[in-house]
Design a protein around this ligand. Structure first.
Ligand code: SF4
Ligand code: SF4
Length: 148
């Protein structure tokens, strides 16, 4: 008889504890998001693929096509072209391609840039069905982001 009552008491107690935990979590801020309709905000140190930084004043890439990043890349995944417009004091980048299939996110390109013209993006949802889609035209991509 005593054991029987003990079991009823313990069952009722665990039920109340479970309900209390459920109630507490009901009013907490959710930690999940409705992916793919919502995206998480990545922390400052997150490394997505590299991207060009644009000058807020001119709307142009800060890159002067000095090639330092391409030379620093141990995986040879950066290729770029630039030219010096007539009358300009420095070169401008005209094409910047990243082969993200070989990138190890080592950061040597970002560190080697003396013009703060490269940074890591916060993009993390880069699903694709073809390898070619990871060969990125960073000029186009940056322009697309600016237009959004
Ligand atoms: S190191 Fe910087 S400025 Fe030089 S090509 Fe690379 S991104 Fe452009
Ligand atoms: S992060 Fe490293 S591997 Fe990737 S492009 Fe830059 S230098 Fe190359």
């Amino acid at each position: 008889m005593w054991n029987y009552l003990k079991e009823i008491f313990s069952g009722g107690y665990s039920l109340l504890v479970g309900m209390w935990i459920t109630l507490r979590h009901t009013f907490r801020r959710p930690v999940t998001v409705q992916y793919p309709y919502e995206s998480l905000k990545m922390p400052a140190r997150y490394r997505g693929h590299i991207q060009l930084v644009f000058d807020a004043a001119t709307g142009q890439p800060k890159c002067v096509a000095c090639m330092a990043c391409a030379r620093a890349c141990p995986s040879n995944c950066i290729s770029l072209e630039g030219h010096k417009p007539e009358g300009a004091t420095r070169r401008v980048v005209s094409k910047y391609t990243l082969d993200f299939t070989s990138c190890s996110l080592c950061g040597l390109c970002v560190e080697s840039c003396s013009f703060d013209a490269l940074e890591f993006s916060k993009d993390y949802n880069l699903a694709a069905t073809k390898k070619d889609e990871y060969v990125m035209d960073l000029m186009k991509q940056a322009q697309g982001k600016q237009e959004k």
